[in-house]
Design a protein around this ligand. Structure first.
Ligand SMILES: [Zn+2]
Length: 237
């Protein structure tokens, strides 16, 4: 989990006020640029759909607004890191605390022992999970159900599901699949957290991520075509 020391972004209200002021200042010459990249103005945001998923296999359940910061990644911050966490608790506990505005931290995703994946924060946004502002801004955080001292918590279903998620993230942002870019919370500079701990099988995990990156994208199930009664016509071709 992330440290409570994670720095909060500017308040929503401050952003809105700043946005209004910035708009007044936009000159005619800048209007064309502004039309094309209006969300880059201070306080402006790209349109987003409530509950929209970045990882198709996930289920959306929103984290508390206090546990992340609005952003427009990868336009404002490059995403080049995935941070692996272990929650020291159950899947339900992770989801519950990430919905608690007093917690001050949350990851983008939570993966359960049974392989289920919750997305709680959009990848566009900066989640407070690494306890390091710069790492938060450039990373996506994945929390895993279980305890660092219980290797049996790290099930095959969890490894596989999490690896597919990380592979999906790496594919979408062009992140190299290596241990420089896929790191444990313990490896974040300045952290006092030890997760995912010594029992997290990095060799196994990285092999699964590499396999999933190479695997062709899962074909989306095609709905059974409704038979349309086509009139039988006899044509020359
Ligand atoms: Zn952690």
């Amino acid at each position: 989990m992330g440290s409570r020391k994670a720095r909060r972004g500017i308040g929503r209200r401050a952003l809105l006020i700043g946005g209004g002021a910035a708009l007044v200042g936009v000159g005619v010459a800048a209007q064309d640029d502004a039309r094309r990249a209006w969300w880059r103005l201070p306080g402006m945001e790209k349109k987003r759909v409530e509950g929209e998923l970045d990882h198709a296999a996930a289920q959306w359940t929103a984290a508390a607004r206090a546990n992340w910061r609005r952003a427009d990644r990868p336009d404002d911050y490059v995403i080049d890191t995935v941070v692996i966490h272990v929650v020291q608790g159950s899947y339900r506990t992770a989801v519950r605390v990430f919905k608690d505005p007093g917690h001050g931290a949350a990851t983008h995703y939570v993966v359960g022992k049974d392989g289920r994946v919750a997305q709680m924060i959009r990848e566009l946004d900066v989640a407070y999970h690494a306890g390091n502002r710069e790492v938060n801004e450039r990373s996506i955080g994945i929390e895993h159900e279980g305890f660092v001292d219980r290797p049996e918590d790290f099930t095959a279903a969890m490894y596989e599901s999490s690896a597919r998620l990380t592979a999906d993230i790496c594919r979408r942002y062009g992140i190299p699949v290596d241990r420089k870019h896929i790191i444990g919370h313990v490896e974040v500079p300045g952290t006092d957290h030890t997760d995912p701990g010594p029992h997290w099988d990095w060799d196994r995990y990285m092999r699964l991520v590499r396999e999933a990156v190479k695997a062709p994208a899962k074909p989306t199930p095609t709905p059974t075509p409704t038979p349309t009664p086509t009139p039988r016509t006899t044509t020359a071709d």
